[in-house]
Write a protein that binds this ligand. Sequence first.
Ligand SMILES: C[S@@+](CC[C@H](N)C(=O)[O-])C[C@H]1O[C@@H](n2cnc3c(N)ncnc32)[C@H](O)[C@@H]1O
Length: 357
Amino acid sequence: MNTTHRIYFKNSNEMSELSPDSVDLIITSPPYPMIEMWDSLFSESNYEIKDALQEEDGRKAFLLMHYELNKVWKECVRVLKEGGLMCINIGDATRKINNNFQLFPNHVLITNFFQEHGFISLPYILWRKPTNAPNKFMGSGMLPPNAYVTHEHEYILLFRKGEQKAKIPPKLEQRYNSAYFWEERNNWFSDIWSDLRGTAQSLINGIPNSSGAEDEIRERSAAFPIDLPYRLINMYSIYGETVLDPFWGTGTTTLAAMLCARNSIGYDLNPELGRIFELRLKEVKILSKKINTERLEAHISFINQKTKLGKEIKHENINYGFKVNTLQEKELLLYAINNVTIKNNFYSVDHEPFYLE
Ligand SMILES: C[S@@+](CC[C@H](N)C(=O)[O-])C[C@H]1O[C@@H](n2cnc3c(N)ncnc32)[C@H](O)[C@@H]1O
């Protein structure tokens, strides 16, 4: 199997390279309105934002920042196929304006936008981020009432464009090969994710000294952990489909699409990020083998435990010969990355079925 991956360093408020209804899935994380690290980016796109921030008119700045994001969301509405899913990782912002500590609920404005544009809201996921900051509580300490709850989660908002995909041929082999394990389903489809591996942890095993650098990149670029797009791609698309990230950053979505044998397209304003992506790409073959091995070994251990407990498992996977909990997992098949080449400014990836050694 072969997949292609295209990256455009330009503003995604005009994705003229993409036809209407051409993308199967969108996974992205925009700059978060009212989070200080993105003030200058928003201010460059509209000087009124800079003025509003200087005048400490928080509400005006907040709305204007969303007005900028909406230009990209409009393009997403255009290019996503009917029945396709839109997954947006976003955090709300907390900030002191005019000496008043307050929350700017980014997830609310984004939800309103997609509902107003005919998308259907699906149950979202809360990504609970581990923190061990000692001074995480804000406000008046132990004296009521001016102490504030700490924000330690972000949202993964899920919207569908129109009706549920109705036209999938009932016996489409690719779809059955794209199945995930029953026990993965139980974890991935829960509404709180607190076990996402960071970029560093998953890329790093066996690659000495890269952890510090990776952490720094993540810090500066606000990259999400590779597990986040990896899971969403497995949950909401099948082999060979196309995933778009209009706020591409360091290309985590593209790396995950490569790992999942899906095509991808990315847009970002900052061409310098391409170099960071190239560094990460060097590790993608190792990562592919590592993730596939871990998934298969975890499944074997899950089945062994069940068997030990005397539970009968009826079904067998035809590609691996091990037992599976349901008939839907019978044709599940993982692909590994065999080779990555660059052709005419896009990446071409060769994938082959993966088996344990
Ligand atoms: C939160 S970061 C995305 C991080 C990414 N998920 C990753 O894992 O590396 C947001 C990115 O959006 C880009 N960006 C912001 N506005 C944009 C626009 N209008 N068009 C294209 N890229 C944009 C920024 O340059 C930044 O890299």
